[in-house]
Design a binder for this molecule. Structure first.
Ligand code: GLN
Length: 313
């Protein structure tokens, strides 16, 4: 069915916000030192409809780094250039069942990165972006993610420098991929561009609009601009369903029934194809790195708005 009427959605977004305030567990990420400074109590919920309307409650204009949610959009941009078969073969679409920064997952799979939503697959995807230099690939990513958001997204220099100083593990992952000949560009250049893409600043409202662009077959519902094709959106959403919440992707899909993606700064986006995008921000995370309140708010909205993609009514 369609979304309820405008006023009803407003009320339900408010309900979801208040429901999720009960989630006081979890901890702010601190393995990237700059992220540890976030105010743990910030919380915002936004819903962008594919008709361009936006519902928002709480801290929806606070900027935070997009982190792993960037992986979904970079993957979409890479799919747009390489096509379904190539991307499936090179990056893969299966869940690792392991943490997002797992090295063992690479070793267990003959060096294959497995899927684009874990760090190995995301770094491999970033290396596949069009451009003959790291600078050109970074520009293509910044421009592309800005088109998804419908406004120019800026880099958080402090987060970028903090992660660059502490991302030895991602550099090791990239070197490991190189050793298996799974990455064509310089691996450390790819990690640098990946670290920049993770440091782009977004708000919960931006995430809702970016998710709504995926829900709308690749057309940003606010700007009216096409960013990627409908086929690319479909492929991206399939991968989010298998792997968007890391090793908790099964529980998320079982509870919420929507393709989604989380990031360690506390953002989550969820996509209801043909209907809406949901963006949430709340920095306290569960052990897998997924926002506690973001999951609660999205679960409430999925039920209240009837968004579960597996429901037949
Ligand atoms: N930039 C972070 C990292 O590579 C992103 C991780 C995440 O959001 N899960 O560790």
């Amino acid at each position: 069915g369609a979304l309820p009427g405008w006023d009803q959605v407003d009320v339900l977004v408010d309900d979801a916000y208040r429901f999720a305030l009960r989630g006081t567990g979890g901890a702010v990420a601190d393995y990237i030192p700059a992220l540890a400074q976030a105010d743990p109590d910030l919380f915002g919920v936004a819903v962008a409809q594919v008709d361009g309307g936006l519902h928002a409650v709480g801290d929806v204009d606070v900027a935070f780094s997009i982190q792993s949610i960037s992986k979904a959009f970079v993957y979409a941009l890479v799919c747009q250039n390489f096509g379904h078969e190539q991307v499936m073969a090179r990056i893969g679409v299966n869940n690792t069942g392991l943490a997002f920064d797992s090295v063992i997952a690479i070793e267990l799979n003959d060096g294959h990165p497995m899927n684009p939503m874990v760090n190995a697959g995301a770094i491999a995807a970033t290396a596949l972006m069009p451009g003959s230099t790291p600078g050109e690939r970074w520009e293509a990513i910044q421009t592309g993610l800005s088109a998804f958001a419908g406004r120019a997204l800026a880099l958080d220099d402090e987060v970028y420098r903090s992660e660059t100083a502490t991302n030895q593990r991602n550099r090791a992952i990239a070197r490991l991929l190189e050793s298996y000949r799974r990455i064509d560009t310089d691996p450390l250049d790819a990690v640098d561009v990946y670290t920049r893409q993770c440091s782009l600043l977004v708000t919960a409202k931006d995430l809702a609009v970016m998710a709504a662009t995926l829900a709308d077959g690749g057309v940003n519902p606010v700007t009216g601009r096409r960013v990627v094709s409908a086929t690319v959106c479909r492929d991206t959403l399939a991968v989010l369903a298998t792997s968007g919440l890391y090793e908790r992707s099964g529980e998320w899909l079982f509870d919420i029934g929507l393709p989604g993606k989380s990031g360690v700064a506390g953002g989550i986006m969820a996509v209801s194809p043909g209907k809406a995008g949901i963006g949430t921000y709340a920095p306290r995370l569960d052990p897998a790195g997924n926002s506690v309140r973001g999951q609660l708010a999205t679960a409430h909205l999925s039920r209240a708005l009837g968004l579960n993609i597996f429901a037949s009514d």
